[in-house]
Write a protein that binds this ligand. Structure first.
Ligand SMILES: [Zn+2]
Ligand SMILES: [Zn+2]
Length: 516
C-alpha cells in the first residue's frame, strides 16, 4: 500500500471530519522542504477524499511570528525590525503588503500550479480579528500548568513571572521585549525594554501572541486539526511537538493530531537546505525548472521519512526520464520493471489535477534540451518539431499545452541551473577557425553526401560516419569539427539528431563556408 493510503487508513479509524494542516513561518524564501510538507499532506488528503471521507486541507501562515534576526539576504536596515511580527514589517522589494507576504504570495501561487488549493489561514488575521481570544484566556488561566509542562518536558527553566503570552509593545511594536508586571483578567500591565510602560486588554485582537509552544496546540483545537506532519527538527525529544501534545490534552482538552515526520530534502552539493543560511533553493525556483507532475512525483514516490537529494543539474533530466517511464508503464506502453512500487497510485498522486485518460504525447526530455537551444521560443520550437515530424500535425490541445509547459521549464533550467556541458548557441556566422586539411576534406565529403540526404537524425549520423571513414579520420574529430563550425565549441549534443533539427540549407551552407 502507498504510504499516503496507510496514513489515510489510520485517520479513517476515527469516523469524523478530518482537517489536515500544513504551514510555515514565511520569514524567508520558502524552500523545497516546505513543499515536501505540503505535498505529503496533500497526498493523504487526496487519499481520504478518494475513500469518500469528509476532509479539508488547510495551510497556516505563521505571519504573526517575529523576525528573529537580520538574515544574510536582508538589508542591514532590517535590524530595527527584529522582534516585530513579520506581517508588520515592510516588504523588502516594495511590491507586497508586508515582509511576510513578500515570501508567502509567490509560494501560494506556486501551490496552485502543482494542484494544491488549501484553505489559507494567516495567523496575523486570526490574532487581529480575535479568533485566538478564547485560547489566550485559557492559556493565561493555566499559566502554572503550562509552565510546569514546558519545564518538565523541555528541561528548560522559564523565568520568574513568565506568562504564556508575548505582549506586543504599543510603542516599539515588538513581541519579544515587553514583560508583564501585573495580570488581572482581562488586563496585563507591562514594561518594555524600549522604556515604554503600558497596558493591554487581552480580549482585543492584535495585542500579542501565544508563544510557539502554546500557539501550536491552541490552533489544533481552534481549527479542529486531526493530522499535521512536521519536519524532524520539531520532533526531537522535549521539542515543541512533545510539549504541544501535553498542552493540547491537559489545557485545551483536545486530542493531539496524528502525524508523520518528514525528512529534509538535501540539495546536491549543498547539504541540508536552510533558508536562514542561504543554502536553500526556493520552492518557486524548483517549480520553475521542474515540470509540476515531476516535482510531485519526486516527493510522492518516497516515504516521507526517507531523506532525499535534489539534483538541479543533470540529475533533473534523469528524474524527468524516470517519470516519463512510469507514465509509459502506467498506460501499458512498456513493461513494468522490478522495484516500481505502488506505481499506479504514485502516478495518480503525481498529477497536479485530473489523471489523463490517454498517455500524454511524449518527447524525450533530453531532446527538448537540444531543441530549445535552437528554437528558443515556443513558436520556433513547434515549427522545428512539426518540420522534423517529431510531433504530428494533429497534436491535441492538451498535448500541445503539456509540451509547451515542458519547454518553459527547460528554458528556465537552461538559463539558471544547467551545467555548461549541455549548453550551446548556434552561431549565426561561421566562427573564426583554423581547420586543417583533413577536417576540410571531411566537410566537403559530408556536404556532398548530405545534399541528397533525407534530413533525419539517423541518415545524418550515418553520413558523418561514412565521411570520416573515407578520410581515415577519428570519429571524435569528425564530431568536433561539426561542433566547431556551428557552435564555436568542441563539444555538443548528439550530432545526427542535432543537425536534423537545424535547417538543412543552413547546415550545407555552413559546410561550404568552412571549407573555403
Ligand atoms: Zn516584496
Ligand atoms: Zn517597546
Amino acid at each position: 500500500m502507498h504510504w499516503a493510503d496507510v496514513l489515510a487508513e489510520e485517520l479513517i479509524k476515527e469516523n469524523k471530519k478530518h482537517v489536515l494542516a500544513t504551514g510555515i513561518t514565511p520569514s524567508g524564501p520558502i524552500h523545497i522542504g516546505n513543499m515536501r510538507e505540503v505535498l505529503t499532506t496533500d497526498a493523504v488528503y487526496r487519499s481520504l477524499h478518494k475513500k469518500g471521507v469528509d476532509a479539508e486541507l488547510i495551510y497556516i501562515a505563521d505571519d504573526y511570528d517575529h523576525l528573529r534576526k537580520v538574515y544574510p539576504y536582508l538589508p542591514k536596515s532590517y535590524e530595527q525590525y527584529v522582534g516585530m511580527p513579520i506581517s508588520d514589517i515592510p516588504c523588502p522589494c516594495g511590491d507586497h503588503k508586508s515582509y511576510a507576504d513578500h515570501y508567502l504570495v509567490a509560494f501560494l501561487n506556486s501551490l496552485g500550479e502543482i494542484g494544491i488549493n488549501p484553505t489559507v489561514y494567516r495567523a496575523s488575521e486570526m490574532y487581529k480579528t480575535g479568533k485566538y481570544t478564547e485560547a489566550i484566556q485559557i492559556a493565561l488561566e493555566n499559566t502554572e500548568k503550562i509552565k510546569e509542562i514546558i519545564e518538565k518536558i523541555s528541561k528548560r527553566q522559564l523565568p520568574k513571572g513568565w506568562i504564556p503570552f508575548n505582549i506586543r509593545c504599543d510603542k516599539c511594536g515588538k513581541v519579544t521585549s515587553a514583560k508583564a508586571v501585573l495580570y488581572d483578567f482581562p488586563y496585563i500591565e507591562y514594561v518594555c525594554d524600549c522604556g515604554y510602560e503600558g497596558e493591554i486588554d487581552v480580549r482585543k485582537g492584535g495585542v500579542g501572541k501565544l508563544p510557539w509552544r502554546v500557539d501550536w496546540p491552541a490552533r489544533w483545537k481552534m481549527l479542529g486539526v486531526t493530522f499535521e506532519p512536521f519536519g524532524k527538527d520539531l520532533g526531537t525529544a522535549g521539542g515543541a511537538r512533545d510539549t504541544g501534545e501535553k498542552i493540547v490534552q491537559e489545557v485545551y482538552n483536545y486530542p493531539p493530531p496524528k502525524y508523520t515526520v518528514y525528512e529534509f530534502i538535501l540539495l546536491k552539493g549543498k547539504g541540508a537546505m536552510h533558508s536562514s543560511k542561504g543554502t536553500a533553493l526556493s520552492s518557486e525556483e524548483m517549480l520553475h525548472m521542474t515540470p509540476p507532475e515531476v516535482l510531485r512525483f519526486l516527493i510522492i514516490r518516497n516515504q516521507p521519512n526517507k531523506h532525499m537529494v535534489f539534483d538541479s543539474g543533470i540529475g533533473l533530466l534523469n528524474l524527468v526520464d524516470e517519470y516519463d517511464k512510469l507514465e509509459r508503464v502506467y498506460f501499458g506502453k512498456e513493461e513494468e520493471i522490478k522495484g516500481m512500487k505502488d506505481l499506479k497510485k504514485t502516478y495518480e498522486l503525481s498529477q497536479p489535477y485530473d489523471t489523463p485518460k490517454d498517455i500524454p504525447y511524449q518527447l524525450p526530455y533530453r531532446h527538448l534540451i537540444t531543441i530549445v537551444q535552437i528554437g528558443k521560443s515556443w513558436e520556433a520550437v513547434k515549427k522545428i518539431l512539426l518540420r522534423t515530424g517529431q510531433i504530428p500535425k494533429d497534436l491535441s490541445k492538451e498535448d500541445e499545452e503539456h509540451l509547451k509547459q515542458r519547454i518553459e521549464h527547460v528554458g528556465y533550467w537552461l538559463e539558471k541551473f544547467a551545467p555548461d556541458m549541455v549548453k550551446f548557441t548556434v552561431k549565426k556566422n561561421l566562427p573564426k577557425l583554423n581547420l586543417d586539411k583533413q577536417q576540410k576534406t571531411f566537410l566537403s565529403s559530408l556536404k556532398e553526401i548530405s545534399s541528397s540526404l533525407e534530413w533525419d537524425a539517423e541518415s545524418i549520423h550515418n553520413a558523418i560516419y561514412a565521411s570520416s571513414e573515407k578520410q581515415n579520420m577519428q570519429i571524435k574529430i569528425a564530431f568536433k569539427t561539426i561542433y566547431q563550425i556551428i557552435l564555436g565549441q568542441e563539444k555538443g549534443p548528439r550530432a545526427g539528431y542535432f543537425l536534423s533539427n537545424l535547417d538543412k540549407d543552413f547546415v550545407l551552407k555552413r559546410f561550404e563556408e568552412a571549407v573555403k
